[in-house]
Design a protein around this ligand. Structure first.
Ligand SMILES: Cc1cc2nc3c(=O)[nH]c(=O)nc-3n(C[C@H](O)[C@H](O)[C@H](O)COP(=O)(O)OP(=O)(O)OC[C@H]3O[C@@H](n4cnc5c(N)ncnc54)[C@H](O)[C@@H]3O)c2cc1C
Length: 280
């Protein structure tokens, strides 16, 4: 493993906000992850940082990266072994190369495979767990275990992994034959026009309440375009927050507070954050 003391974390969040961490640890073997988790008090596992808001102060936190665990192996019969540090984009490319189908609706999500599994990420009616057979985790007792999908629970943007703070090391996916390239190109283009990809952001800020769309609730509450410092509720996609340059962690917290309050007043609905906020 490699350890970087007092590491600047701004570039590790897609919001481009972040202060100095006590250390950043790059894991090279899964056993090192167990060792690090056992020996540190405050840890945070960071994937691609596309869903995580990092405080912009000095942090007494050991950040852990699994980006070097990035093995992808075809096991045959549509089964693929994937380590959690693999970029989701690379997994999509791999399925295209092997002519495997199952993840097309999720193409374009910028996370790591571990990050997507952690929150059962999804898009356009599909979720990553639809294509998973088994996951390998470090559990709350620091034991490395394999769990079949049928022996764990997942719901919309929520998993047992999240609830029990397990760490994902790898997964075995099971795909059908027949990669749908047209669908991938169509959905990637949709993302390019509907999402503010030219601005630092963390994707959807809030989960969609049952039977509702957060974006619509935000528009109805009149807060689309609202600004706090350099942080703005996106005019391109109202469920996204954009960093227009030098936004602070506190600006994000404040704008979230305002959006939630206005939506609650307007619709009576309590929005719940989808993004992960590391507490200050
Ligand atoms: C432009 C844009 C579009 C997006 N579109 C979508 C979308 O359509 N659908 C969707 O679901 N999401 C979307 N997202 C959000 C984000 O990409 C996903 O949530 C993704 O799964 C996060 O992965 P990550 O590696 O970046 O996670 P991070 O932000 O690094 O981490 C997120 C959480 O996952 C945990 N985590 C990361 N890796 C592991 C691991 N190996 N084991 C255990 N926990 C882990 C972290 O500790 C943290 O709590 C979008 C984001 C952006 C910026």
């Amino acid at each position: 493993m490699k350890i970087y003391k007092y590491h600047h974390m701004r570039e590790y969040s897609n919001m481009k906000i972040g202060g100095i961490a006590k250390e950043l640890i790059i894991i090279e073997k899964k056993e090192e992850l167990v060792e690090v988790l056992k020996s540190r008090e405050k840890t945070f596992l960071i994937g691609n940082g596309t869903n995580t808001l990092i405080p912009d102060r000095d942090m007494d936190i050991s950040f852990i990266s699994l980006n070097k665990l990035n093995k992808l192996e075809d096991l045959g019969n549509g089964r693929v072994y994937v380590e959690s540090g693999v970029n989701f984009d690379d997994l999509i490319d791999f399925t295209e190369e092997k002519n495997y189908s199952g993840l097309e609706n999720l193409a374009g999500i910028p996370g790591s495979v571990g990050g997507l599994i952690y929150m059962n990420g999804g898009a356009y009616g599909s979720e990553i767990f639809d294509s998973i057979e088994e996951i390998e985790i470090v559990d709350e007792k620091f034991e490395i275990r394999k769990i079949k999908k049928t022996d764990t629970y997942v719901t919309y943007r929520n998993t047992e992994i999240q609830q029990k703070k397990w760490k994902v090391i790898s997964a075995v996916f099971k795909f059908e034959i027949g990669f749908n390239k047209e669908k991938v190109l169509e959905l990637k283009e949709k993302r390019e026009t509907r999402h503010p990809l030219n601005m630092p952001n963390l994707g959807s800020t809030f989960k969609n309440p049952e039977g509702q769309f957060s974006a619509k609730l935000i528009i109805a509450a009149g807060v689309q375009g609202h600004k706090v410092g350099d942080m703005q509720v996106s005019n391109t996609h109202p469920n996204f927050l954009e960093n227009h340059g030098d936004a602070k962690y506190s600006d994000v917290i404040e704008i979230i507070r305002i959006v939630k309050k206005k939506v609650k007043l307007d619709s009576g609905i309590e929005l719940e954050e989808e993004i992960v906020i590391i507490e200050d």
